[in-house]
Write a protein that binds this ligand. Structure first.
Ligand SMILES: Nc1ncnc2c1ncn2[C@@H]1O[C@H](COP(=O)(O)OP(=O)(O)OP(=O)(O)O)[C@@H](O)[C@H]1O
Ligand code: SF4
Ligand SMILES: [Mg+2]
Length: 373
């Protein structure tokens, strides 16, 4: 279990499948400052797709499209943390990068702080990028090892043409805020541990004073004891810098701790979205139920039953018809192969959406996938 400070997940309003809802409740916030205003959307995605062409032969002819992200609707409210969870290859990183326009969307609309991100180019895009940063699993490990921390952290400011003397002041300030000494500025990345390198990665992002950070598996490569330190730092920095996070991870315990709301992804689509509390308490989608049941941490008040998914994740080049989860779903019915379920609310209120024709149906332990193809 992670040694993270206790806090209550905060309801922050939700939307999905084109449904926009208002904040329903903002209970105790665990010391993270005031919650977002109703309907104060910082980032809005509608029908976002990212396909990668599949090429073959000497002429590199396009023979298909890998549908990494296939029609995602998501509103992220100012000041909240949305967790994005799902198996490897389901499209989490691609979605995060596409929202920041580090990858060009194949289709869809992305609005950030009221601005249509897809229309931006040149100087405007550069200016916008300052407000939208990304932190990777090892944000520093992939960078030039010959650069000092001072230069690594100050790089964004240099790109934005801030003078050296002002840059150095800003770098030292941000290093202190992520818990590193001024002496660290003159050292090189390999001289730091994994946890310290993540602090440097955070400093690189924060020095530009962004509004929004995509944190892509920022603690996945760290020891459990270090994970909790970095998670707690992320929580503190969020408050200090007025940040909004999209927090990507495959570990539900981590996601549940840090997130106000959680989006569950499967094969390029969001299949369920709810407040963390609600998602853990009452998952509606069979895939979420399976993910939760694989979580070693039991949910208080619920009998722990393991739902084992059979079969491989289908190829995103040729996904199943209807519901993409149907080839592994223990409760699939013939309609699931024919009609794609929409991400809509069910009986739990408008803030909890799931894409399943039989949302909320309990899964019998030992139930196997019923072949409906
Ligand atoms: N640049 C690329 N070119 C072609 N295919 C890609 C590219 N980037 C990602 N993909 C494919 O898109 C799909 C989604 O990948 P993505 O990295 O977004 O998944 P993920 O959920 O972040 O996985 P992980 O948990 O392993 O990081 C995968 O099938 C992957 O192989
Ligand atoms: S729509 Fe059908 S196949 Fe898809 S998750 Fe629901 S029951 Fe399973
Ligand atoms: Mg990834």
């Amino acid at each position: 279990m992670l040694a993270v400070r206790a806090r209550s997940p905060r309801a922050a309003g939700a939307s999905g499948g084109g449904v926009t809802t208002e904040v329903s409740a903002i209970p105790e916030d665990g010391g993270q400052g005031p919650g977002p205003e109703p309907a104060d959307v910082l980032l809005s995605a509608r029908g976002v797709k990212k396909y990668f062409p599949v090429r073959t032969g000497i002429l590199k002819r396009t023979v298909g499209q890998l549908q990494a992200v296939d029609g995602v609707d998501l509103d992220i409210f100012r000041g909240e943390t949305v967790g994005l969870v799902g198996e490897s290859g389901c499209g989490k990183s691609t979605l995060g990068r596409t929202l920041l326009r580090l990858l060009e969307p194949t289709a869809g609309e992305i609005e950030f702080d009221g601005v249509d991100v897809r229309r931006l180019g040149g100087r405007d895009l550069k200016a916008m990028r300052r407000h939208m940063q990304i932190v990777f699993q090892d944000s520093v490990g992939s960078l030039d090892p010959r650069m000092t921390v001072r230069d690594l952290v100050g790089e964004g400011l240099r790109i934005h043409r801030l003078e050296r003397k002002h840059r150095d002041v800003a770098v030292l300030d941000v290093l202190e805020r992520v818990g590193l000494s001024a002496e660290a500025a003159g050292r090189y990345p390999h001289q730091f541990s994994g946890g310290q390198r993540q602090r440097i990665g955070l400093a690189r992002a924060l020095v530009l004073r962004p509004k929004f950070i995509v944190a892509d598996e920022p603690v996945s490569a760290l020891d459990v004891s270090i994970q909790s330190q970095v998670l707690n730092l992320l929580v503190e920095l969020k408050q200090e810098f007025d940040l909004t996070y999209l927090f990507v991870a495959h570990d539900l315990a981590v996601v549940g701790y840090i997130s106000d709301r959680v989006a569950v992804m499967y094969l390029g689509k969001v299949v369920e979205l709810a407040t963390s509390e609600e998602l853990f308490r009452r998952p509606l989608h069979p895939y979420t139920m399976a993910l939760l049941s694989a979580n070693p941490e039991p949910v208080p008040g619920r009998k722990h039953q393991r739902v084992v998914l059979t079969g491989d994740v289908p190829s995103p080049i040729d996904p199943p018809s209807g519901c993409r989860f149907r080839t592994r779903c223990p409760i699939a019915q013939p309609i699931c192969a024919e009609v794609e379920p929409l991400l809509v609310p069910h009986d739990e209120g408008p803030d909890h959406v799931a894409a399943c024709h039989f949302a909320g149906t309990p899964i019998q332990v030992g139930a196997q996938h019923a072949d409906v193809a």
